[in-house]
Design a protein around this ligand. Structure first.
Ligand code: 3PG
Length: 306
């Protein structure tokens, strides 16, 4: 089978070598499309692929229509909002992700970003410590759990809100289950977002929630930009000159936010949560193995469009 690895943001070389190794040992052929600068290039290259591995690359109905042989798409990562599931499902194309494989990298970045903002973006002046501060985790999944664990080691108090996770599970980890989202925003100095981008969550973080945060509160987004109501975020930062926003996924209006709020906002230049060799290797190798297994045995364990 022909496997196309299409990554606008390439994997580390060690990950690519490992993926090739797994696929070629099983008798598959691997082709690489990296750092491509237009969606048309993916449309063109996918034409004879039986399997596709992507990261945040957009798998649009046009990509699917151009891929006559395609049987499986694996998102080497967690969030699959970049893949048009309807287009895949209507062609019986299996879509999978590789949950948990890059979570530690994202969690480490979340902690680093909290410290960076607490120390005035590493510029001179008096900062503050995260020890003793309260952190609220919105969605207690693979990343949320790791952020909680690391934050507790650094002496933070951790709360979490997740309607899909029993309170007992959080308590076992030393995390306080929040009775409501509002309660968590009201009580926490930092809120770390870990919800996926879905029709329900899009633009769900807005003025009313953000302005519940206590004085000096800092909202941290290593999830998706789509979950933020940007106009309302801007209004919240305007009305509350004590609040801060840090993100790994620059807002559409980021230039405006930077100009208006300066030191109180920060965005990484390009999403880098999962940009570690370890995360690339874990997610990349998992993606290749899942494809090999799918073709060999029909295993669809990580299918997200069942
Ligand atoms: C994910 O959903 O797995 C993360 O957001 C990482 O995305 P990336 O592979 O584009 O870095």
């Amino acid at each position: 089978m022909k496997i196309l690895i299409a990554t606008e943001k390439p994997f580390a070389a060690a990950a690519v070598n490992g993926m090739k190794d797994i696929a070629e040992k099983a008798g598959h052929e691997v082709r690489l499309l990296e750092k491509y600068d237009s969606p048309e290039k993916l449309v063109k290259t996918v034409a004879d692929a039986d399997a596709l591995i992507v990261r945040s690359d957009k798998v649009t109905p046009e990509v699917i229509a151009a891929a006559a042989n395609l049987k499986i798409v694996v998102r080497a990562g967690a969030g699959y909002d970049n893949i048009n599931l309807d287009a895949c499902t209507s062609r019986n194309i299996v879509v999978m992700n590789t949950p948990g494989q890059n979570s530690n990298a994202v969690a480490e970045l979340a902690i680093a970003m909290m410290i960076y903002m607490s120390r005035n973006k590493f510029t001179p002046g008096t900062g503050s410590e995260i020890k003793g501060k309260k952190l609220g985790i919105q969605a207690y999944g693979n990343v949320g759990k790791l952020v909680a664990q690391k934050a507790r080691c650094l002496g933070m108090e951790v709360m979490a809100f997740d309607p899909y996770v029993p309170a007992e599970k959080m308590k076992e980890d030393g995390v306080v289950p929040a009775g409501s989202l509002e309660e968590m925003y009201r009580e926490c100095n930092f809120i770390s977002l870990h919800i996926p981008a879905t029709p329900e969550t899009r633009k769900s973080i807005g003025y009313n929630l953000i302005t519940l945060m206590p004085s000096g509160g800092c909202l941290l987004n290593t999830a998706r930009k789509e979950i933020i109501n940007e106009a309302e975020l801007e209004k919240a930062l305007t009305d509350r000159p004590d609040l801060k926003y840090i993100t790994d996924i620059a807002a559409d209006c980021q230039a405006e936010l930077d100009e208006k709020f300066g030191k109180r906002v920060f965005a990484t230049p390009k999403k880098m949560g999962a940009e570690t060799a370890e995360a690339n290797i874990n997610a990349g190798l998992a993606a290749a193995s899942q494809i090999v297994d799918f073709f060999a045995t029909g295993n669809t364990r990580f299918q997200v469009n069942k």
